[in-house]
Design a binder for this molecule. Sequence first.
Ligand code: SF4
Ligand code: SF4
Length: 347
Amino acid sequence: MSVETIVTDKAGLQKFYEAIIAKNETYAPVEKFGKYDFKLVKNLSECDPESPIAKTMSAKPLFFPRSAKIMKYVATSAGTDVSETDEDPLAGKRVIVGMKHCDARALQVLDKVYNWDFIDTDYQKRRLNTVVISTRCDKAETHCFCTSLDYDVENLDAMDVLIVNGNDGKVYIKSKSEKGIEFLNSGVTSHTSRVTEEAAGEELKKQYTAFSASFRLKMDYKSINEKLSKIFDTPEFENVSSNCVSCNTCAFVCPTCHCFKISDEKVKDTGVRYKSYDSCNNGYFTLMAGGHNPRPAKYRRWRQRAMHKFVYYKERFGENLCVGCGKCTTSCPVNISIFEVINQVSK
Ligand code: SF4
Ligand code: SF4
């Protein structure tokens, strides 16, 4: 009989991670200069799957790289020879451990965009070949507000396996997809014991209740969605964005922001075309070839950021383009908080 939900303890969880790393190409949060980024690891000692959310980059770059070569070309007397770039290093079978709930949820948001009017086959291949193992946080950090958004804790399609540290001192490892069931039965869980769905369900609910109670930041996202859609012209956007230095950091660290630019780097006759992160906070983002820029002022760009996250995306795809992780706030050099922005302009 296949294993779907298992229970273990902290030591068993460490063995689970060790077995995953030994048997699979595994990415996990690795610390450098006090911050964490997802890297390929060979030993559990290299990484910390329980790394803090505020200090950890999301796993977005493993699906949507910060800058990727998409084409090479050479200009010849007969024309231009175009060639594919090297093999995609992110396209193989792999496992990611140490993603938080909000990070896994953000993948659901990206899935909708990249499977919409244009199917991004590179992104799709990376998603299909990845087993996503996500850990539910024990308590909220200062800038988190994920539970205030349309957060369906039992319906996170992007997650294959969920790990929860129960309040009873046990660790629950639960499959959340067919891929997750297959993975848990691939020889990585032999040291653990199986429990019924019902027995685990009760404990998971209790843990979620305690986790939800730990949030400092709370908001009513439905009323925010409604109010924002009616206040496009409020001058309050100028006040909340006046300190912004348009550095784009908030978009680069955001697990749901997905804007990119295409640029060429050419030396003599040889060139490489790159697809790299971009942001609507960038002053040149909407600059047109003829010189016109419909968003020349930063308050207009900040308004676009807020409206896209809480109005436009919601209208198109039925959910917010924000998972409440707070990474933008903790990374902003001038301490702008999207939570405060949307609450202030909606007042
Ligand atoms: S990180 Fe802060 S300063 Fe930089 S663009 Fe975003 S809001 Fe502006
Ligand atoms: S906008 Fe900020 S809080 Fe929302 S998902 Fe992006 S980084 Fe997280």
